[in-house]
Design a binder for this molecule. Sequence first.
Ligand code: B12
Length: 215
Amino acid sequence: MAILDEIYDTTVKGAYKEIEPLILQALDQNIEINDIINNSLSKAMIYVGDKFSTGELYMPDMLLSAKTMKAAMEILKPHMKKENHITEKGTIVIGTVKGDLHDIGKNLVITMAEGQGLKVIDLGIDVDYPKFVEAIKENNPDIVAFSGLLTTTLGNIPAHIKAIADAGLRDKVILAVGGAPVTREFADRYGIELYAPDASTAAKEFVKALEAKKG
Ligand code: B12
């Protein structure tokens, strides 16, 4: 079986103890990291999510698959970071929105953004409105990014933006949003400047926005 298929199957099964040699084997074969992520790991997570929707897989299955993807990412991460970033291109504050505990996608965005030489402040999961506001005051970021995987808690986005606006900080930052159910239309609806469907596009869009800001 081709190695990407093996990684896919192992992630679907949630066999997290078996993932390391497979990822190392894929790296040995010089398979692009983006390929490993997009064509096996993320694809497996989408499959598991779909099977969860139809009741064919359960919460523990999703958790095991998530654990497998996380283990794989830990091995891939050091290979993704570019070396020698002498100057940081800009700062991003990122967090998963209030009520939402998903963080695999967010963490992937962080890794990719760091790989592009950006400084990232990670607020973690289930981030309440004041925490974003405090982080903006403390770190003076260029970009504030929301990650959201649940349709329900994405409903908290307007409240997140309002808290930032009420603190007089809305004009100081570029807002970004992403996560499986998020679309460009969703971002536009709330006046969010930046949206990207995946982590590598996100990192590129961050850099583009920072370059445009500097003029
Ligand atoms: C793994 C998983 C879990 C794990 C999370 C573990 C973790 N530490 O993250 C666990 C088991 C805990 C979990 C729990 C739940 N989950 Co869940 N989960 C998933 C699953 C299978 C995969 C998500 C994932 O990691 N994908 C892989 C990553 C790489 O992709 P991604 O997150 O989309 O991120 C990419 C892009 O979206 C983008 N991106 C992400 N963030 C950002 C941010 C910015 C700024 C930008 C620009 C881009 C960007 O870049 C990323 C990389 O390319 C999805 C299925 C799916 N199709 O998404 C369901 C899914 C998201 N879960 C779902 C549900 C319903 C739940 C629960 C409510 C289940 C329950 N009954 O309790 C709980 C909610 C708990 C909570 N309060 O958050 C539903 C959501 C439905 C909906 N639309 O609202 C889904 C879609 C499954 C389904 N089809 O029903 N889940």
